[in-house]
Design a protein around this ligand. Structure first.
Ligand code: FES
Ligand code: FES
Length: 153
């Protein structure tokens, strides 16, 4: 079957099987390997992308479900070589160690930055509930998200 959607701001099309997962299409079809696969079962959050502006786990979404919609991956977050303020906050606060969870953390963090009105730590931690970091670097991640929420206009 054919799917057509917006991927990081450009219109794309692909031929997929009905059971092709969105994460597989992104990684293998479009070479966007910044979206990681940690578990393939919806538990780790490494595969988090945005679908129509909200964070979703792309290992739980069929590629067919993206048809006609808008997908943003970590590769589409920086604009013109300039890091998004949240990415810069991750860098400045050393909010990553091995980096495996980082794309998913950033994508979930961007959802929180867009939808939380204040940098409430409990709300941020609740929002990151589905994202696991095996390096246990949660505190600087939460701080980076809180900083970015606090700075937004
Ligand atoms: S790979 Fe999707 S949640 Fe772990
Ligand atoms: S930085 Fe290593 S898994 Fe999070």
């Amino acid at each position: 079957m054919r799917v057509a959607f917006t991927l990081n701001g450009r219109e794309v099309e692909a031929e997929v099987e009905p059971n092709t997962l969105l994460v597989a299409l992104l990684r293998e079809g479009f070479g966007l390997t910044g979206t990681h696969v940690g578990c393939d079962t919806g538990q780790c959050g490494a595969c988090t992308v945005h679908l129509d502006g909200r964070a979703v786990k792309s290992c739980l979404i069929l590629a067919a479900q993206a048809d006609g919609r808008s997908v943003l991956t970590i590769e589409g977050v920086a604009e013109g070589g300039t890091l998004h303020p949240l990415q810069a906050a991750f860098r400045d606060r050393h909010a990553l160690q091995c980096g495996f969870c980082t794309p998913g953390m950033v994508m979930s963090g961007l959802d929180l930055v867009a939808h939380l009105d204040s940098p409430d730590e409990a709300a941020i931690r609740h929002g990151l509930d589905g994202n696991l970091c095996r390096c246990t670097g949660y505190r600087p991640i939460v701080e980076a998200i809180a900083q970015t929420i606090g700075e937004k206009g």
